[in-house]
Design a protein around this ligand. Structure first.
Ligand code: G3I
Length: 336
């Protein structure tokens, strides 16, 4: 399929990216990535467990080849992610006494020191190669009245971990756009808690440049109206908005499992991609990139989440052939 249009040539309003894990930078995967996408996000390689597995022992062996590939092919790079509650080694939250940290002044000071040291090293290693950072990831819990996730970060350091992370990232990478990233931002309760936090941070002068909407959706959820309401909610803040981890599961409940993707689900999926991209393209002044959470259906986190079953959430199938979903993005008249 060398004769089909490239996604990045058709969708010109913003860079279009894919998350990659490593396999994508060789052979046909690399060619497909290079042809269709002009942005990449290392899917795991820049997370804390990959870059600082033990204290002060920084290693970029996983991420450097991905960043080199992107640079060599003129692609933008989204840095994901400096601070998260998952994929963070337990030493980070272990106090000087060897016990799990608690909300003491000593533990808080140590945790914020480790946070600052981590960001200084990682952001400095990449310098201007990485133009966007997800500084904090998934900090919202809409079931808390204050909307803040009770992660170890929060229980030890309160909101100061977020303030510190943005302040240090701005200092070390002044060129970079600094994002707060989260999932289910099209759910009104979650959306509104995230909005409230971002508005507060902005009012405090915390250097947040943008809001990342992960957009892990499925063929029947959410509605385009809720997704539009999500964008409209954040536009008045005057920050950039990015779609950071989009995929469209073929499943609508945890109980389903198909050996191969049913034709009707693939058609529904194509319409979701069509309608979502049509919406995003209307927000060309606010949306500054759209990234899919993977390149092709042979490598997707949804194969093991929320249960183990074969999913098919991306634009290209397991043999790297363009799906109806691809045509939903590139030319909806060709969906079949
Ligand atoms: O690296 C180990 C390997 O050594 C081991 O043999 C193997 C056995 O399970 O596991 C490997 O680690 C896995 C890792 O991905 C790398 O493949 C972990 O088990 C697995 O849990 C991990 O999943 C990642 C997930 O984040 C973890 O939370 C997914 O690949 C990654 O796509 C996913 O990405 C997140 C975003 O960062 C944030 N938003 C949600 C998104 C989807 O969960």
């Amino acid at each position: 399929q060398t004769n089909i249009p490239s996604v990045q040539d058709v969708v010109t309003e913003f860079p279009v990216g894919a998350a990659i894990t490593g396999a994508e930078i060789v052979t046909e995967h690399g060619q497909l990535l290079d042809k269709h996408f002009n942005s990449v996000t290392p899917g795991n390689a820049l997370k804390w467990d990959a870059t600082e597995p033990s204290e002060g022992a920084f290693t970029y062996a996983q991420a450097d080849p991905l960043v080199s590939f992107a640079k060599a092919h003129g692609m933008a790079i989204r840095g994901h992610t400096l601070v998260w509650h998952n994929q963070t080694p337990s030493w980070v939250f272990t106090g000087a006494d060897g016990q799990p940290m608690t909300a003491t002044a000593d533990d808080k000071a140590l945790l914020l020191d480790r946070l600052e040291n981590h960001i200084r090293n990682v952001a400095a290693h990449y310098g201007t190669d990485i133009g966007v950072w997800d500084v904090v990831n998934e900090v919202i819990d809409e079931n808390q009245s204050d909307g803040l996730r009770r992660s170890s970060w929060f229980t030890v350091a309160g909101l100061d971990y977020i303030r510190t992370a943005f302040r240090v990232a701005r200092e070390v990478a002044p060129h970079a756009k600094l994002f707060i990233n989260d999932y289910n931002t099209n759910v009104p309760a979650k959306r509104d808690k995230l909005y409230a936090l971002v508005a507060q941070l902005k009012a405090e002068g915390v250097p947040v440049d943008g809001v990342g909407h992960q957009m892990h959706v499925n063929v029947s959820w959410p509605s385009i109206a809720d997704t539009k309401a999500m964008l409209d909610k954040f536009v008045p803040l005057g920050l950039e908005q990015q779609i950071t981890e989009m995929d469209v599961s073929i499943y609508t409940s945890n109980g389903e499992s198909f050996p191969t993707p049913p034709a009707d689900r693939l058609l529904q999926q194509a319409y979701v991609y069509r309608d979502m991209f049509a919406l995003f393209r209307q927000y060309r002044d606010e949306i500054t990139s759209v990234t899919l959470w993977g390149l092709a259906d042979d490598n997707t986190w949804l194969d093991t989440f929320p249960v183990t079953r074969k999913d098919a959430p991306l634009l290209f199938d397991t043999r790297l052939q363009a799906k109806s979903a691809y045509w939903g993005v590139v030319d909806p008249t060709k969906i079949n």
